[in-house]
Design a protein around this ligand. Structure first.
Ligand SMILES: NC(=O)c1ccc[n+]([C@@H]2O[C@H](COP(=O)([O-])OP(=O)(O)OC[C@H]3O[C@@H](n4cnc5c(N)ncnc54)[C@H](OP(=O)(O)O)[C@@H]3O)[C@@H](O)[C@H]2O)c1
Length: 297
């Protein structure tokens, strides 16, 4: 419960601030007196954030799939921190679609997610490490309990499992330099990544691309049930996203931040315990949560 002293005016860089967790965190840290540098994917997101925050909050456009955009954002952070170093890096930006069974996927569908959630995160972290070492700062990486369980098909769980591994390695490597690394593992929250419209639209796109053989092996009923399952998952999502941003704040401000933060009741009481269960049991539970294809063997 002890906080680091003299946090006022320290620089924190947050990715994915157009909406969701990143957007709320940027506003909260701004109110606490941090010097927030908020990376947004769109000009619209940037304008809206600037309109409701103090003059000390700065925004920069960042697309994690574009190396020149990453270089530009890093240069902006260097100028803003002006030799002081960077106290906090919150790697929050991410996307969840395409998300479907493995044999519905093309290799590009994996790239679409991995390039943002994992490779983009690694690239920006590597480029900002000198500034973080200088300030003996903090890195807060957003993974997911779904990633620990590899619950959903597609690149999402792969990317989040990769974030876990990268963070664990980074924590051990950076401990010698006073840089602390924490992982946030949210359960299911109502935000852009859990939007059922986006997930459904993408599911339909993938379904329409399937060969007749694959489509037949799943059956039309599977597709309908898949959509219904995504819809009911959305209804279970928690709308209080401050549960996640409180964990992020703790990871940035506490003298002794935790290595992992499970956020949300579903994460604490269902997904995390299930991730420690024997594979036989977790496979059985997850099979009950997902629809069954027509052609089962
Ligand atoms: N919500 C959940 O239940 C949940 C659970 C576990 C983990 N997470 C993780 O939490 C993090 C934040 O997501 P969220 O739930 O707050 O959803 P969100 O509202 O969709 O936030 C994701 C942010 O990332 C931005 N983004 C997307 N593609 C990008 C790119 N190529 N480059 C830079 N930024 C990009 C989005 O911009 P636009 O808004 O302009 O698209 C948005 O600002 C993500 O890493 C997500 O995987 C969420």
């Amino acid at each position: 419960s002890l906080n680091v002293k003299d946090l006022n005016g320290k620089h924190v860089f947050i990715t994915g601030c157009d909406s969701g967790f990143g957007n709320l965190l940027a506003k909260q840290l701004d109110q606490r007196g941090f010097h927030v540098i908020a990376a947004c994917l769109t000009e619209k997101g940037s304008r809206e954030l600037l309109a409701c925050t103090s003059l000390s909050l700065k925004t920069v456009i960042l697309n994690l799939t574009d190396p020149s955009s990453i270089a530009n954002a890093v240069e902006f952070v260097k100028q803003e921190t002006d030799g002081e170093g960077l106290f906090g890096l919150v790697n929050n930006a991410g996307r969840a679609t395409p998300m479907a069974p493995t044999d519905w996927m093309q290799i590009d569908d994996f790239h679409t997610i991995l390039d943002v959630n994992l490779m983009g995160l690694i690239e920006i972290t590597l480029k900002l490490l000198p500034l973080l070492k200088k300030a003996k700062g903090r890195v807060v990486n957003v993974a997911s309990v779904m990633g620990r369980l590899a619950f959903l098909g597609g690149g999402y769980c792969l990317s989040k499992w990769g974030v876990e591994a990268f963070s664990d390695i980074l924590r051990r490597d950076m401990q010698h330099f006073g840089v602390k690394v924490s992982i946030i593992e949210p359960g299911c929250f109502k935000t852009g990544v859990t939007s059922s419209e986006v997930i459904e639209r993408d599911l339909l796109r993938l379904w329409n691309q399937l060969t007749p053989e694959v489509r037949e092996s799943y059956g039309d009923k599977y597709f309908v049930e898949c959509k219904a399952q995504r819809f009911s998952m959305k209804r279970l999502c928690d709308s209080d996203i401050s549960k996640v941003t409180k964990c992020m704040e703790h990871a940035l401000m506490a003298k002794y931040p935790r290595t992992r933060y499970g956020s949300g009741w579903d994460a604490k009481f269902f997904w995390l315990p299930l991730s420690y269960a024997p594979t036989l049991l977790s496979d059985m539970m997850l099979r009950m949560l997902l629809p069954t294809p027509a052609a089962i063997y």
